[in-house]
Design a protein around this ligand. Structure first.
Ligand code: FES
Length: 315
């Protein structure tokens, strides 16, 4: 995953608890609807967000960040400390929620979950492909991007649950064309309800784990070695110590966020050796290919893993 040094070119509150942050860097690549990117706020503090800009933005990535007062500090940092002109590092994009082909897409967004859903809707609209969007929130003043959703026309419905007390997801599904592929991003309760209502493998949901709800990853295992490139220094990874901790302590320049093997921030190319993959990101085929490893959770089957990392200055 590529990283870029950027600068914050705008920072504005678009609702009472959502900040829109735009980061510019000359070499930022384009992205696809549903892609995520990492935003490194300060050393060791990395958070992952859906990209939610518009297609006309070249060299700019846009993040919408919901303030989570009970979170782990990332959103508070974005809201209260980050400001125009700050230098930040970003990484990505990551295709965590790809838009598949379908005869009809039913897009369901709840709250800040509108960020990836909106970019999908705008892409489908631009391509003239059939879709419908339902954007649910509680209080229009708390719902970001109402203007962009409204610009989608009749395909989009905005539901303020403070007013529409008779709204149900079942009704939304009943009114969609049979066989519609359903994309949903929103609070866990909404996703769970859709999981019970949508049949036939037609539901796609954002796999964006929250630090507070994820189970603690199993990183335990025997000792092994990691090497920085074929000619670089070797470090011992003690039993029951995460490989990521050893690499960071050695001075490796690795971004990380979830430490659960589900955000892909710490992806590191694997040059040699067989990893014991414990992430929830790679497919079985990708794990078998042994091309990369997520050191926050994964360990080694072979005695040594050679990683495509430059030797740290301390090494
Ligand atoms: S830090 Fe998230 S996958 Fe490693």
């Amino acid at each position: 995953m590529n990283r870029y040094d950027g600068v914050v070119i705008s920072h504005e509150r678009i609702t009472g608890d959502v900040a829109l942050v735009r980061v510019q860097a000359p070499d930022l690549p384009g992205w696809q609807p549903g892609d995520h990117a990492d935003l490194e706020l300060e050393s060791g503090l990395v958070r992952q967000y859906s990209l939610c800009g518009t297609p006309d933005e070249t060299g700019i990535w846009t993040f919408a960040v919901l303030l989570r007062p009970d979170g782990t500090g990332g959103s508070r940092h974005v809201h209260d400390k980050l400001t125009v002109g700050d230098r930040v590092r970003v990484a990505g994009p990551k295709a965590m929620f790809p838009l598949e082909e379908a005869e009809h897409h039913l897009l369901v967004a709840g709250g800040i979950g509108v960020t990836p859903i909106l970019t999908m809707a705008e892409r489908l609209a631009a391509q003239g492909r059939p879709f419908s969007l339902v954007y649910v929130g509680r209080g229009r003043e708390r719902m970001p991007f109402l203007d962009r959703v409204a610009a989608l026309g009749d395909a989009a419905v905005i539901v303020d649950r403070a007013q529409s007390t008779d709204f149900t997801l079942k009704t939304v599904l009943d009114q969609a064309p049979a066989g519609a592929l359903v994309y949903a991003c929103g609070p866990p309760r909404m996703i769970d309800e859709l999981g019970e209502l949508v049949t036939g493998g037609r539901l796609r949901t954002e796999s964006f784990a929250s630090a507070s709800s994820s189970p603690v990853a199993d990183t335990a295992g025997g000792a092994f070695e990691v090497q920085f490139g074929f000619d670089g220094p070797v470090r011992q990874v003690p039993a029951d110590t995460p490989m990521l901790d050893v690499l960071l302590k050695a001075g490796a320049d690795i971004m990380w966020s979830c430490r659960e093997g589900n955000c892909a921030s710490c992806e590191t190319p694997l040059l040699e050796g067989e990893a014991d993959h414990r992430d929830d990101i790679l497919t079985p085929d990708e794990k078998a290919a042994q091309n990369c490893v997520f050191p926050c959770v994964s360990r080694a089957v072979s005695g040594r893993l050679v990683l495509d990392l430059p030797a740290p200055s301390e090494g």
